[in-house]
Design a protein around this ligand. Sequence first.
Ligand code: AMP
Ligand code: MN
Ligand code: MN
Ligand code: MN
Length: 282
Amino acid sequence: MSSLSPLNADLHCHSVISDGTLTPEQLAERAKANGVHLWALTDHDELGGQQRAQAAASALKIDYLAGVEISVSWMGQTIHIVGLGIDAEHVGIIEGLRRTREGRGNRAKLMAEQLLKAGIPGAYEGALNFAGNHDLISRTHFARFLVEQGVCKDTEQVFKNYLVEDKPGYVPHMWATLDDAVAWIKAAGGVAVIAHPGRYKLNAMQMDELYKHFKDIGGLGIEVVTGSHSPHQYQIYGKIAQQYGFLASRGSDFHDPHESHIDLGNFPHLPDYLTPVWSVFH
Ligand code: AMP
Ligand code: MN
Ligand code: MN
Ligand code: MN
């Protein structure tokens, strides 16, 4: 492939099946309109949108990889692992994700109790109203409720003042283990990718350990260009990909036309010294 016309791949976004606001079909149309050639819907801990996304992509002649973004607890922090090119019917990953989702309802109730104590009533029902899939109630749905109530002007403000460590509405949670998440993805025939590494509150030594351990257990990729990274971070994580021998991924992490900073397929390409993760599928 010529570096003058790199593939427009967008391998990270969310639908109403998790915490996005568009349906899989609406996302497919938006991806098409924005010139995406290779697309993956990567809902959090859910494969419920995969068939619809695949069918919509196929009707629009967009290449598609079945995807997921798995919530993982690692060194006391939450990290996200994207799985690409998985078999979305594989029972191992379906069952693993079901267990990963399980605690969300209870966590949401505890979040609402804290918000009530902070003077904000009705948050559980309010957040649930925003959730297209009640099994997948997330902080994003609470954030939308807090904006609707006028508590914060936008979701960015919410994630500064609420729902994060040491702020009202934060409830620590045990997600999947890194080893399980990578094993499920591999068993389902997919490639595991570290999502938005620039977002984790881990020091350099801990990140080094994450990269090495992830590689040891068969992780292959890392997101370099994502909506969660600044252009400076594209360079930092491009170098990390090179240094550790990871394939590089590119994904908008698009959730909503108004909330998201970048649109599906409409953001910089990978630096051309990197090997794209889609090289294993093409
Ligand atoms: P949860 O899985 O319930 O902990 O929710 C995590 C979701 O919250 C992420 O996938 C994002 O969509 C959203 N989120 C987390 N931190 C931020 C942030 N700083 N700004 C905007 N959205 C965020
Ligand atoms: Mn999200
Ligand atoms: Mn994420
Ligand atoms: Mn995401």
